[in-house]
Write a protein that binds this ligand. Structure first.
Ligand code: ATR
Length: 270
């Protein structure tokens, strides 16, 4: 039995154990995947203990993605850019390799929904860790432009500057946002509070997609607003499953079939 886990704090509500058990079932993989609440002041110790007990890899969620980044011996380029790690892999040499699969998970989910990213005009709302983690994979799709807008404009400007060498990206406040956009991605935590960033009514181009990295049984405030303004809405449940699939691939070398797993999670939500 190969052992994996998800580290978080809290971690009780994580869907990762269910998702990875389903992925493993598809190929008859003999794995164990558990949720571990790591201590807030010693993430590295929690990973070391897990490895000592036979752990092969782990997912990392809030609030440990930066601590996971710092303990890695080697990093993927996209993890280096993100400054965060959501996937730890124990190498045969005993070294820890870190990757972040959130951004590629988002890109895969967008493609699954038929969203054309090449030459698209993209707006991303927010400038926190969640957004930093998806910018490299989005820019790799060569959009026409990528605008980052945030309540604190200076954070969006600084974030855009960190990625300028990868493509056409600019940052600023919500007041500087001028559409139309083909794709608008909400990466703020505003939905959690039921808040909506102040956005102009003519944000969306015809056929535009609105994507919220959050998800729930009901559409988020942002997705309801988007529907009223003519955009198709997609929530972040698919991103959750796709990032997990990419982590599973890093560990097992096999790409799971995400569609039936997403379907089951969707049914369990409602
Ligand atoms: P995460 O790791 O989830 O990205 P974070 O780093 O705390 O979390 O970032 C939260 C993001 O949501 C930030 O962009 C934040 O805007 P500020 O940088 O101005 O704080 C944004 N955010 C949170 N609550 C918001 C609200 N009510 N309206 C608009 N933006 C909000």
């Amino acid at each position: 039995t190969d052992r994996y886990c998800v580290f978080g704090h809290p971690v009780g509500h994580s869907k990762s154990p269910v998702i990875h058990a389903a992925f493993a079932d598809q190929g008859g993989d003999d794995i164990e995947y558990v949720a571990i609440e790591a201590p807030l002041d010693d993430f590295a110790g929690a990973w070391r203990r897990f490895v000592a007990e036979g752990g092969r890899g782990a997912n990392v969620t809030v609030p440990f993605k930066e601590a996971a980044f710092r303990l890695c011996d080697t990093l993927s380029e996209r993890a280096r850019r993100a400054g965060a790690v959501n996937t730890l892999v124990l190498g045969g040499n005993g070294l820890t390799y870190g990757d972040t699969t959130d951004g590629i998970g988002l890109v895969h989910d967008l493609k699954r929904h038929g969203v054309e990213l090449a030459r698209a005009r993209i707006l991303v709302l927010g400038a926190g860790g969640a957004v930093r983690g998806v910018l490299e994979p989005l820019l790799a799709e060569e959009p026409a432009s990528l605008r980052v807008a945030n309540r604190t404009a200076a954070k969006a400007e600084a974030l855009a500057a960190d990625f300028r060498d990868l493509g056409e990206i600019a940052g600023g406040g919500f007041d500087a946002v001028a559409g139309p956009f083909d794709l608008v991605i909400n990466g703020t935590s505003a939905s959690l509070a039921g808040d909506l960033p102040p956005l102009p009514d003519d944000l969306f181009a015809p056929g535009a997609t609105a994507y919220d990295m959050m998800y729930g049984a009901e559409p988020t405030v942002f997705l309801r607003w988007a529907a009223e303004h003519g955009a198709r809405g997609v929530d972040g449940l698919g991103m959750l499953v796709e990032q997990a699939a990419e982590s599973f691939f890093q560990w097992r070398g096999r790409r799971p079939d995400t569609a039936p797993v997403l379907e089951r999670l969707r049914q369990a939500l409602s």
